[in-house]
Ligand binder design. Structure first.
Ligand SMILES: [Zn+2]
Length: 395
């Protein structure tokens, strides 16, 4: 249910859009600001009757929500759940009792909101946003689709009802959970008009809640930087937001205009605290994703913000160690060594250092690193393997 653009048409739309934005940039600023204050949040919705098209859609998503809640990929961290729920309540202007937020451990940048009030937030998104205001921008956008009932409009726009049957087919089909929720996200891929309207509603909600609106543009800046290294070729197949939310520079520019010049809350500390217990696992998931070029853009940005972050230095070192292109082993060694000298480096830092030293036949350094790892993580799943390495090296 993506915008059915052929590549040629997409190119055309993009240039047409650039033209519009150039014009808006000269003359449209006050109009955009006025638009924002005119946006009204509707009253709470009541559940549609089961025998209506909308009722059918709700029923479908209800069943999917039950499945998601049972999945091992559900993040069952009460503190995080409460944090996300509080944010949604702060943003949603009275709709809070109807909304349930579920965090899922999937290393892509995505979030969705279904018409029955289910919101899903991917861990890959939470790893990437830098503060609460950036998260509020995404959640506000998704709330925008919900509050303006875009899914229902989309359903009714499909004349032959093929949309609903495709949805039933997709959700009822067999597949991995990650694939399934990727499909669920695509099920709610919207038109460009809906995207623009959700951006505007999202900005209205985040500014009303006191967040700095300029952070919405920062989210897209960061995503564009990641996208640029791969040219966005496989963006859609990875099941992330790039597919359903065009990351054009134009979109980012409009968000910046809507944000106005005023400041607001960033919530950097509260956000860091909220994700702290889970973040290292998400960093490891990002490395395992195997998209090393994108991960390096992300990790470079994170190290740029905090050069003393041992977890991120470990993760970046791992990407270099696993990619192992010319010069990568040296870069891996530099990052891991730096991490190992900081306060509380992850135990895994020493395992990776040991492997690098072993590869270089630096026996003394390898033994020392493995011994440190085993002292810190004696119960690790690979502890026996490394004890074997150590016995061999000491022979
Ligand atoms: Zn959207």
């Amino acid at each position: 249910m993506n915008t059915p653009d052929t590549p040629g048409r997409r190119g055309f739309l993009r240039s047409a859009c650039r033209h519009c934005l150039g014009f808006a940039g000269l003359a449209g600023l006050p109009a955009l600001a006025q638009d924002l204050s005119a946006i009204k949040v509707p009253p709470r919705f009541s559940r549609p009757a089961a025998d209506t098209d909308e009722g059918g859609l709700w029923g479908l998503v209800d069943r999917e929500e039950t499945r998601i809640k049972r999945s091992p990929l559900m993040i069952r961290d009460e503190a995080l759940k409460n944090y996300l729920t509080d944010m949604v309540c702060r943003l949603s202007d009275g709709h809070c009792p109807d909304i349930r937020v579920h965090a899922v451990r999937v290393p892509h940048f995505n979030a969705l909101m279904a018409p029955n009030g289910m919101m899903l937030v991917w861990s890959g998104l939470m790893l990437r946003v830098e503060n609460e205001a950036q998260l509020a921008a995404i959640l506000g956008h998704e709330l925008g689709h919900y509050l303006e009932r875009h899914q229902v409009e989309q359903l009714r726009a499909a004349k032959d009802r093929a949309v609903l049957s495709t949805m039933v087919g997709m959700v009822g089909g067999i597949g991995t959970f990650v694939g399934q929720i990727g499909l669920l996200a695509n099920m709610f891929a919207f038109s460009r008009e809906h995207e623009t309207r959700a951006d505007r509603m999202g900005m209205r909600l985040m500014r009303h809640a006191g967040y700095d609106g300029r952070e919405a543009a920062a989210v897209w800046d960061n995503l564009l930087a990641e996208l640029r290294v791969t040219g966005g070729k496989d963006a859609g197949k990875r099941g992330d937001m790039f597919e359903t939310h065009p990351t054009t520079a134009g979109r980012r520019d409009e968000l910046l205009q809507l944000a106005g010049g005023a400041g607001g809350e960033l919530g950097a500390d509260s956000y860091r605290k909220a994700i702290a217990p889970l973040r290292f696992g998400w960093l490891q998931d990002e490395v395992k994703r195997g998209q090393y070029e994108e991960s390096l853009v992300l990790f470079d940005r994170m190290v740029g913000k905090d050069a003393q972050d041992a977890d991120v230095l470990f993760a970046r070192g791992e990407v270099y160690r696993l990619r192992d292109d010319g010069g990568d082993a040296d870069k891996a060694l530099a990052d891991l060594d730096r991490a190992s000298r900081l306060a509380r480096p992850p135990a895994e830092t020493f395992r990776s250092l040991g492997l690098l030293h072993k590869q270089r036949n630096d026996r003394g350094a390898a033994v020392q690193a493995f011994e440190t790892y085993l002292a810190q993580a004696p119960q690790a799943p690979d502890a026996d393997l490394l004890r074997g390495y150590l016995a061999e090296m000491k022979r």
